[in-house]
Design a protein. Structure first.
Length: 160
């Protein structure tokens, strides 16, 4: 979908409820309508893939309390793909690296749910200024993600 159409329809815009939350936390950086490349190989209930690549649009936000990354497929609806506090224990299945080119997420989905196998990666492509990077408490994060985030990123309806 062309960039101007995404903006026109609001695909990739941070939903109002999440915007209110991050505003209250103190926004360090916010980018909307961010291109997100997702790569997946493996299987989850509802999908088996030898290696799929998909493009999404989303938002990326850093606040004084957390990192938030969302994916949008339809207007005014965005789901979380990354939501981790800076002060959370640095352990888990997901690894994220923040750099001047955005946020790169790597996830061994086997460690998320016993029904899953394979690897998922996402790159939130954003030009992050050096002065923003200097204000971040961390540039590398490790954390766990719920199964719902994996289903959403891969494009399969979530079923608990």
């Amino acid at each position: 979908m062309a960039v101007f159409l995404r903006r026109w329809f609001g695909v990739g815009k941070l939903p109002a409820d999440l915007r209110a939350q991050i505003k209250a936390e103190g926004i360090i950086y916010l980018a909307e309508y961010v291109a997100v490349t997702r790569r997946f190989s493996g299987s989850i209930p509802g999908l088996r893939s030898a290696g799929s690549i998909a493009s999404y649009v989303g938002s990326l936000a850093f606040t004084t309390q957390r990192v938030l990354g969302t994916l949008s497929v339809v207007p005014k609806l965005a789901g979380r793909a990354v939501d981790v506090r800076w002060d959370a224990p640095q352990s888990g299945a997901a690894r994220a690296e923040i750099s001047s080119t955005g946020l790169q997420l790597e996830l061994d989905v086997d460690d998320v749910d016993p029904r899953f196998s394979g690897h998922l990666s996402m790159h939130f492509k954003a030009d992050i200024p050096e002065e923003v990077l200097a204000r971040l408490p961390l540039r590398s994060l490790a954390f766990d993600v719920p199964a719902e985030y994996v289903f959403r990123a891969i494009g399969v309806t979530y079923s608990p």
